[in-house]
Structure formats: structure tokens, C-alpha cells
Design a binder for this molecule. Structure first.
Ligand code: PMP
Length: 372
């Protein structure tokens, strides 16, 4: 094969010359390599499925017509999702290849020139990244010192920036807390655009905005099945009024949810109780883990309604590295945002993994307190 002639236009094309400047200056979302590690960095459900259910999956996978495109409407799966999610009547769902994809789809839909995507900080970093991908202006309103919503600041920012889209993670990632529901209600009422309550961690939380759908014309609720035990399948959904979803459907790529994901997720949702039971166990173990962290010298913990706990301690970066050396991978948030200085985030694992984590944490803290 011949290459491009030296003086041809093709010869001068480079990523730097061609790509948008804002894309060139982005940092890619970093996923840490983790082979052989105790993996407590990504809010996954640590439990395997019962053997009988795994065999059913094998059957469903064997019979799936992977030579065919998936059911573009995914009607069977959508019905299942509606049945298990407590969707108010008249509400519909739109499916995404993970809820990440839905964030992107929403941003694309509203990204008129100058349109603003507003969220809080610190929160899920993809809101800001996707605002950049889609050419939206991003506004991040700081949370208060204890990571609560700063309602006056939010209302002021809404007035000033007139955001087309607001994302509120409920519970919030990476802080783990549920914001005040009455404050969210005020934000929804004051918003001149859509407010998406992102309930990625709904399975571990004591409250939800799902029942509120229909009470506000501009409220949508987004969820994912990733944290419930299906992170590898990639499936999220957006719930809301048919008027919104019918428009947003136009932007959804027709086959975004694959044959295997549809078939396996539908099966697993028929056995929803298995996943809910695992979530219940994770909630129980969160109490144990929280108590242990509270009892660890120099550690400040934050309350969590999710399947992870945020905590702060001196020399967090070093302790994180010490954990890694001991085979435990968690998330280092130090340096990501000023409010997260010296903060680490640990996902609740199995009882055994949690114990291993606490042991490794205590050893690492001890090691670095000696070093000074
Ligand atoms: N929203 C929040 C608040 C999250 O923390 C995450 C995952 N970290 C997501 C959405 C995206 O999840 P997924 O794409 O796996 O559905």
C-alpha cells in the first residue's frame, strides 16, 4: 500500500491540527489497571450470581440471536424495568448503554450555542466532561463544607446562568450523601430547563425522586443497573414524561443496547430479589466499614447512602499507594478537586474484602506516620 505523497493535504493531517482544541486539552477518564487486586475502586457489586442463575444466563446467551441486530425498542426489557422500578403511571423509560450514554444524549439534545449544563462540585466528573464533549458551557456550584447543597448559591447560579440542564446525583458521587430533598424541590421549581436526578446509587439509599415524576414538568430521573450487579452489561435508563422521552429517543442510536445485554438484564430483573438481597448485604456491611473507619486514627469519614464511603486522612496519596502495594485498590480523589484534598473513596466489598481493606489501611497509616 502506498503512503500519502509528501506534499499532499493528507500528509499534513495530525490530531493536533484537526481536532477541536477543547478535546485536545481534555484529560481522558482514567481507569486504573487492577489485575489480581482487591478491587474497591469502582462501586461494583462484589458478589457473583448464584450458580443456578449463572446457568440460566448461559442458556439465555446460547439462545440469543447474536447474528441479528437487537430489538431496537427493547420492549421486553423496558417492561421489566418499569415493573421493578416503581415508575409512576404514564411515565416511560429510555435505555442507555450505561447511564453515561444518557448523560451525553441529554447534553446533545439541549446543546444550543451558549447553553449551560449546571451541576454541583464535587460530583460525578462525567457531567463536566460531557458538557465539554458537546460544546456546552459548564457551571459547577460548590457544595458546602459538609457537602450539602448550597441552596442560595444554587438559586443564584440558576438565575444568572439559566441552565438548560441540571444534574444532581442523589446520592452524590463521590461524597456519598443524599442532598436535602426540599432543597432539590426548590431547585426543580426554579429551573428554566431540565433537572435530572441521577439515582445511580438508588439501591443503597433511603429516598428517591422516582415517585415525584409527573409532579414537575421538567424533572427526569436517571438510574443505572451498574451498581446493582450489572456493571459489565452496561445498562442505564432515563425515566420521565413521554413528551420528553419521545424527543430524546430521536438521538438514541438505534441499537445502543446489545442483544446479550437485553437478554441477560431481562432475566436478571426477573430475579430482582437476588440483586436486592445483595444490595441489602452491602448496606449492612457499609455500617461495619463506616464504624471501622470512624475508629481509625486520623480518619474523618462522611455519611454514605451509597455503596461506597468517602474519607479523609493526612498523607492520603501515600496511604493510597500503601494500600495498592498491599493489593487493595480504592479511589484516590486527592488533587481532583480542592474540596477533596486528602480524600479517598472506598467501595463496600464483601465482608472479607472490607476486613482486608481495613487491615491494609491501618498498616499503611502506620507506615507513613513513622516516616513523617
Ligand atoms: N452517575 C453517577 C453519579 C455515577 O457515579 C456513575 C458511575 N460512576 C454513573 C452515573 C454512570 O454509570 P454507568 O455508566 O455505569 O451507568
Amino acid at each position: 500500500m502506498s503512503s500519502a505523497p509528501k506534499n499532499s493535504p493528507a500528509a499534513a493531517v495530525t490530531p493536533e491540527s484537526l481536532l477541536r482544541q477543547d478535546i485536545l486539552s481534555l484529560h481522558a477518564y482514567h481507569v486504573q489497571p487492577s489485575p489480581g487486586m482487591i478491587k474497591l475502586d469502582a462501586m461494583e457489586n462484589p458478589y457473583p450470581l448464584p450458580q443456578a442463575l449463572r446457568e440460566k444466563i448461559a442458556q439465555v446467551a446460547a439462545n440469543a440471536e447474536i447474528n441479528r441486530y437487537p430489538d431496537a425498542a427493547a420492549s421486553g426489557l423496558k417492561e421489566r424495568i418499569k415493573a421493578v422500578s416503581g415508575l409512576p403511571a404514564e411515565m416511560d423509560v429510555l435505555l442507555g448503554n450505561g447511564s453515561d450514554e444518557i448523560i451525553q444524549l441529554l447534553a446533545m439534545a439541549v446543546a444550543k450555542p451558549g447553553a449551560v449544563l449546571l451541576s454541583v462540585e464535587p460530583s460525578f466528573v462525567m457531567y463536566k466532561m460531557i458538557a465539554a464533549f458537546t460544546g456546552m458551557n459548564y457551571v459547577g456550584v460548590p457544595l458546602t463544607e459538609d457537602f450539602s447543597l448550597d441552596l442560595p448559591a444554587m438559586l443564584d447560579a440558576i438565575k444568572r446562568h439559566q441552565p438548560a440542564l441540571i444534574f444532581l446525583a442523589y446520592p452524590n458521587n463521590p461524597t456519598g450523601n443524599l442532598f436535602d430533598a426540599a432543597a432539590i424541590a426548590e431547585i426543580i421549581a426554579a429551573a428554566p430547563g431540565l433537572v435530572v436526578v441521577d439515582e445511580a446509587y438508588y439501591a443503597f439509599a433511603s429516598d428517591s425522586f422516582m415517585p415525584q415524576l409527573g409532579r414537575y414538568p421538567n424533572l427526569l430521573v436517571m438510574r443505572t443497573f451498574s451498581k446493582l450487579g450489572m456493571a459489565g452489561l452496561r445498562l442505564g435508563f432515563l425515566a420521565g414524561g413521554k413528551n420528553w422521552l419521545a424527543q430524546l429517543e430521536k438521538l438514541r442510536l438505534p441499537y445502543n443496547v446489545g442483544v446479550l445485554t437485553q437478554a441477560v438484564a431481562e432475566l436478571l430483573l426477573q430475579h430482582h430479589e437476588v440483586l436486592l438481597q445483595q444490595a441489602e448485604q452491602i448496606k449492612q456491611d457499609r455500617i461495619w466499614l463506616h464504624e471501622r473507619l470512624v475508629g481509625t486514627v486520623d480518619v474523618r469519614t462522611y455519611p454514605s447512602e451509597a455503596n461506597f464511603i468517602l474519607f479523609q486522612l493526612p498523607r492520603a496519596g501515600k496511604v493510597f499507594a500503601g494500600l495498592k502495594q498491599r493489593g487493595v485498590l480504592i479511589k484516590n480523589l486527592d488533587g481532583g478537586h480542592p474540596a477533596l484534598t486528602d480524600c479517598l473513596r472506598v467501595t463496600v466489598g464483601t465482608a472479607e474484602q472490607n476486613e482486608q481493606f481495613i487491615r491494609a489501611l491501618q498498616e499503611s497509616i502506620h507506615q507513613y506516620s513513622q516516616e513523617k
